[in-house]
Each structure stands twice: as C-alpha cells, then as structure tokens.
Design a protein around this ligand. Sequence first.
Ligand code: HEC
Length: 285
Amino acid sequence: MSEIPEHLLKRSKAAKSKASGNEAGQSSAAESPASESTDVAAASAGAAEVPTSPPVADLPYLDPEPEPERQTPEYIAAFNKRKRIPFWAMPVVLATPVWAYGLAGTLQQPMVEDPLVEEAAEIYTAAGCSACHGAAGGGGIGYQLSDGEVLETFPEAIDMIVHVARGSSAINGEVYGAERADGNQRISGQRGNMPAQLDALSLEELELVIYHERVNLGGEDVSDERGEEWAEHVREGIESGAETEIDLEFLLACANPDQTPGATGELQGSEETRCPGPLPVAEAE
Ligand code: HEC
C-alpha cells in the first residue's frame, strides 16, 4: 500500500480548490451524504467514487490561512531581494574611500598650485616689489635682485628679511649686508628708499616673498637638505593660513650682527624658537 489512496488525493484536490474559492469541492462534499464517517472506512472501501472528505475533517480548510508571502510588505520584499555586499568584500568596500582619496591626491598633484611659485609671485607683485625691482628682479628704482645679485648682498636669508622688513630709511647711511664681489658693502639709502614692510606683510608673507627673490629670481640653490627644509618651512607657513605680525626685535635676535645693524644673533640655533630662513648650517647637518 505505497500508493496514496485515490480518495485522499481527491480530498486534497478538493481542499485546494476550496482554498482558492472554488465551490466545486464544497458541492461535491454536500452531495455525498455522511455515509462514510472516517477516512479509514473510505480507504478500505477502495471505491473510486468515495466522497472526497467528511465535513469535519474539512473544517481546517474552510478558513484557509492567508498565505504568508502575501502579507510581506513591499519594502521588506524589496529588502530581501536586494543584492547585498558579501562579507568577504567588506575590506575592499571600507578601503575604497581611502584609495579614492589617495588617487585624487595623485591626480590633482600637477594641478595644485605651489605657493612657493604662484603665491610667491603674487605677493611679489601685490607688495609692489616688482614695480621697483622689475617683474623678473632685473632692477629699476631698486637694486637688481636676479642673477645672484641679491645673494651677494645677503648670503643668508635672515639678514635680507630684516632689511626688507624695516626698510632702508631706518638705518639710513649705515653699512649693511656682506662684502660683495666688487669688495664693497651696501650703504643704506645710497640708491633711494626701500619702503619698510613691517605693517604691510605678515611674517609668513615676508618669508615667502624673500624666498621668491632669492630662489625664483636670484637663483639660490635650495636643492640640498638645508634648502629643502627651508622651502618646506616657508610652504607650511603660508599654507597654515597664519598671519603672524612681524616682530622686528625677534628678527634682530635671529640676524647676523656683522651684516645687519642692530642685530644680536642670540636666537640663532635656538631650540625653542625657529628663526625665519634656513636653519643655521651646523644645525641642518
Ligand atoms: C618704491 C620702490 C620700492 C619698492 C616698492 C620695493 N623696493 Fe626694495 N628697494 C628699493 C630701493 C630704492 C632700494 C635701495 C635702497 C637703498 O638705497 O638703500 C631697495 C632695496 C632692496 C633690497 C636690498 C638689495 C641689495 O642688494 O642691497 C632688497 C632685498 C629689496 N629692496 C627687496 C624688496 C622687496 C622684497 C620688496 C617688496 C616687498 C621691495 N623691495 C619693494 C625700492 C623699492
């Protein structure tokens, strides 16, 4: 008796049709009188036309449970269908922003303006230096700066920084700078008036414009370690957005007394304060 009895198949069929609202199953159940009381009896009878099912046994099917799927709200179904990121891909997903950021960095590198070039040139023009010293530093009302000229006067940037900050009239008639190639030293005011920049520029801007005159126009070599460190210092200064007021006393404490009137040089190589310009030679090594 491995076969499913015919009546059971019919009953299940009838139940299904009832569940789907088909009246046929019900009417067939009504037609058949309650002659057969149990399934067992029906099975033993083995008749093909056995009533499909007794009403009592049918009760559970009268009110079929609504199918669960139909109740699933749209959004839950949508969530279930949605493709999800497999767990093993998570490291990739999480690392993507970092990677993208890095890529964007490399892609933009050539487009980003270097303050040591663009901003330096802008300040050189905006502060009026170019009007008196020439756009390329070739000289005019003021001395020529290009072709190493300004480097002859100021072997170290710090002394040039002081001179530009306080201007020429503050030390009128005094000797300043190093001995130049022709054996002479500059005498302040001999050529004209170099206007003070104390109130015109921030310390960061001053150092940047000095960098421009010495490196971009004057041809100073900053490819060594000391020069690179200074370039980075200047770049960081301007990129920080800081606008430090120029403190002449501080600058004089950094400058070389042999070349800058009023300088003490006592802060040179100080551990607490970084003087503008490249680090002292001994320190950079
Ligand atoms: C109004 C014109 C004028 C402007 C603007 C000007 N300078 Fe000068 N600069 C001069 C004159 C004139 C001298 C020479 C002064 C003297 O005789 O002592 C000079 C001297 C200098 C020197 C000394 C050079 C040497 O070899 O002795 C430097 C460095 C310098 N200027 C840098 C600058 C910078 C940087 C700026 C812009 C922030 C600037 N100057 C703006 C006219 C000007």
